[in-house]
Ligand binder design. Structure first.
Ligand code: DAK
Length: 258
């Protein structure tokens, strides 16, 4: 892979979008490499994934404007579909995905972070959907996910005004869960990922499924989805282990993803 690096630390997989010369902008090749990287993640060994950007300045500064500038209607639509399909894959990826936003998260970069389950960022992070200033709409899910995360009124204000916001404002409106000095971002992301990884993987994955699937149906259907996910955890090794540990007053738990 030229632009996407994948490393592991224990049970955590780290996906780094690494095209710093273009502030990690997403061209077709980067999108393909992101997809291939996620497809290759070992879902038995890995329990949580972190997505971040290479270099000091940027998470992802958007879709590649140079590549998009000469696209026809058909090519634009195909490019949008490619990005959307990959971001949907990340959103519904069985493992939790944390975006460690280490700088610019603009346009497609903000959208990539929103396809992840959890966003934390560095103090120099900047978020925004500048597309209307370029004569286009957000094309990788921004009009849909931003309103689900920060509410319709704030999302409309940000998208219609194309205003970029700094980390503290992103935190205030709930777009990110925490802000850290740049050098603490990855250690904090690892700490969170390891906390998640220490819990029962089948249960964590079932929670993600229930929350993602439940959000787009009515409450009766949503709680039925939860009930199914809840039931799926029973008679697993990890359910028996987790409950036995509590009853035996044991701190150590041996979760094996079975
Ligand atoms: N695309 C391509 N190259 C980019 C880029 C981008 N999004 N962002 C930065 N670069 C490149 C710059 O061109 C520059 O390249 P060289 O000139 O050195 O060759 C290099 O990265 C460094 O950038 P700067 O020199 O501009 O660095 P600064 O620190 O001065 O400024 C900046 C950083 C992030 C404020 C600035 O680069 C900037 O404003 N970048 C563009 C940010 C932006 O507008 N992002 C949103 C892109 S639009 C759709 C599908 C997808 C989408 C929409 C619709 N459909 C099919 C419907 C998605 C749209 C977007 O994401």
């Amino acid at each position: 892979m030229e632009f996407v690096k994948y490393t592991t630390e224990g049970m955590v997989g780290i996906v780094t979008i690494d095209r710093p010369k273009a502030l990690n902008a997403l061209n077709s090749q980067v999108l393909t490499e992101i997809e291939q990287t996620f497809d290759a993640i070992d879902q038995e060994a890995i329990r949580c994934v972190i997505v971040t950007g290479g270099g000091e300045k940027s998470f992802v500064a958007g879709a590649d404007i140079a590549e998009m500038s000469s696209q026809t209607k058909e090519e634009g639509e195909a490019f949008g579909k490619k990005g959307n399909d990959i971001f949907l894959k990340i959103e519904s990826f069985p493992l939790p995905v944390i975006a460690a936003v280490n700088g610019f998260a603009l346009g497609g970069g903000c959208e990539l972070s929103m396809a992840c389950d959890i966003r934390i960022c560095s103090e120099n992070a900047m978020f925004g959907q500048p597309e209307v200033g370029l004569g286009i709409t957000p094309g990788f899910g921004g009009t849909q996910r931003l309103s689900r995360i920060v509410g319709m009124g704030m999302a409309k204000q940000l998208i219609f005004s194309a205003r970029n916001i700094k980390a503290d404002e992103a935190f205030r409106i709930g777009l990110v869960n925490a802000v850290y000095p740049a050098e603490e971002l990855m250690p904090q992301a690892m700490k969170l990922a390891n906390t998640i990884a220490a819990n029962a993987p089948i249960a964590v994955r079932a929670c993600k499924r229930a929350m993602n699937e439940g959000i787009s149906v009515d409450i009766a259907q949503a709680v039925a989805i939860e009930a199914k996910c809840f039931g799926d955890c029973f008679q697993t090794h990890d359910q028996i282990e987790g409950m036995s540990a509590f009853l035996e007053k044991r701190k150590e738990k041996n979760f094996i993803n079975k």
